[in-house]
Write a protein that binds this ligand. Structure first.
Ligand code: SAH
Ligand code: SF4
Length: 358
């Protein structure tokens, strides 16, 4: 096993380690500042620590859990980072400049989309992440290091985090919650819980568990079908937790949380884009007071699906709007750089022969 990463260590554990090493307790604040505020690139950069302590740190820990290997995209557009993990596997994160027209936010805002697993066990039929099955969970430091690395590489502060990268975050709930504690912690990354959105394919027991979590984290549901008949064609998870059970869990979520839910809906030509689906989706959205994000399908190599025409996408949105539902039709972002999550890693691991061609 590799050394533990310092980015996975909470402040209490760091204090204990310093004590065991007979180091004064005030060093904790210095180290935390280097890791979480200054985002030091090496132990040697921690210039106010004695050389002996830097040496002990380097013998006991890695600084980051990831190695940045590749960036796709450019500074003023969506950028995608490929990271190698200690076992030679890859994950990716996508840095998205906010679109003021779409979100009504200041344009200097940055959203980072992070991965929670290598691969995914849920096998949605439209998704590159699930194409080669599930490999393993990321631990807390591997999740958190994506944020620190993205800030180091881009030189920009990440304002919003979405757990919409590779993997099913709610299938890795313990590590996810440990990562969230570090991301929101006062002594660590200090990002507000309201700036965090977890996206799930609809794991009902975990949605209920997370609903009782004290922090105001946001939730997005990958719905992609308004009825069982349509949804289970493309999302096998629907057989386990059908639409009715999912929406009961979302009612429970709403009874516990104040933030609006988001329903994500990829529009796939001839599969889930009928007016009937729009009408039923509108009913679900009204019941849960959710807003809807419509995402024209992004082409994935090796998969047959197509995006509907713009006119058909707009017609779908109109049905929702007429029914009084807030519905964004997402402008294309990053389609040219394989931003549909999982695609860059799939290419890299295939090239290296770690996994077979899809
Ligand atoms: N497993 C979680 C989070 C990761 S998927 C979930 O399913 O919600 C993140 C988002 O990317 C989901 O909304 C998913 O449906 C979307 N996505 C996956 N493949 C896509 C594609 N080819 N085109 C557009 N969106 C896609
Ligand atoms: Fe997994 Fe989400 Fe992709 Fe489905 S959409 S295969 S749950 S990552």
């Amino acid at each position: 096993m590799p050394l533990p990463a310092l980015t996975g260590l909470d402040p209490d554990a760091l204090a204990e380690w310093l004590k065991a090493e007979n180091e004064p307790s005030f060093r904790a604040a210095q180290i935390l500042e280097w890791v979480w505020k200054k985002k030091a690139a090496s132990f040697d950069a921690m210039s106010n620590l004695p050389a002996a302590l830097r040496g002990k740190l380097a013998e006991s820990f890695r600084l980051s859990a990831l190695e940045h290997t590749y960036t796709q995209g450019s500074a003023d557009t969506t950028r995608k980072f490929l990271f190698r993990l200690h076992d030679g596997r890859y994950v990716e994160s996508v840095l998205i400049p906010a679109n003021p027209a779409l979100y009504g936010e200041k344009s200097d805002r940055r959203t980072l989309c992070v991965s929670s697993q290598v691969g995914c066990a849920y096998g949605c039929k439209f998704c590159a992440s699930g194409l080669d099955g599930f490999t393993r969970n990321l631990d807390a430091s591997e999740i958190v290091s994506q944020v620190i690395a993205a800030e180091q590489i881009s030189g920009e502060r990440v304002d919003n985090l979405v757990f919409m990268g590779m993997g099913e975050p709610l299938a890795n709930l313990n590590h996810l919650l440990a990562a969230i504690a570090l991301i929101t912690g006062e002594k660590t990354l200090q990002l507000g819980a309201r700036h965090l959105t977890i996206s799930t394919s609809g794991l009902v027991p975990q949605i209920r568990e997370l609903a009782t979590h004290p922090q105001q984290i946001r939730l997005a549901i990958s719905l992609h079908g308004a009825t069982d008949e349509v949804r289970q064609q493309i999302m096998p998870v629907n057989k386990k937790w059908p639409v009715a059970e999912l929406f009961d869990a979302l009612d429970f979520w709403n009874s516990k949380k104040g933030q609006k839910l988001t329903l994500e809906y990829i529009l796939i030509d001839g599969v889930n884009d009928s007016p009937e689906q729009a009408t039923i989706l509108a009913r679900h959205a009204r019941r849960t007071q959710a807003k809807v994000n419509l995402i024209p399908y992004n082409t994935v190599e090796g998969l047959d699906w197509k995006r509907p025409s713009d006119a058909r996408c707009r017609a779908f949105r109109e049905i929702l709007k007429t029914a009084g539902v807030t519905a964004n039709l997402r402008l294309e972002k990053g389609g040219d750089i394989d931003a549909a999550c999982g695609q860059l890693r799939l290419k890299q691991e295939t090239k290296e022969g770690i996994i077979g061609s899809p």
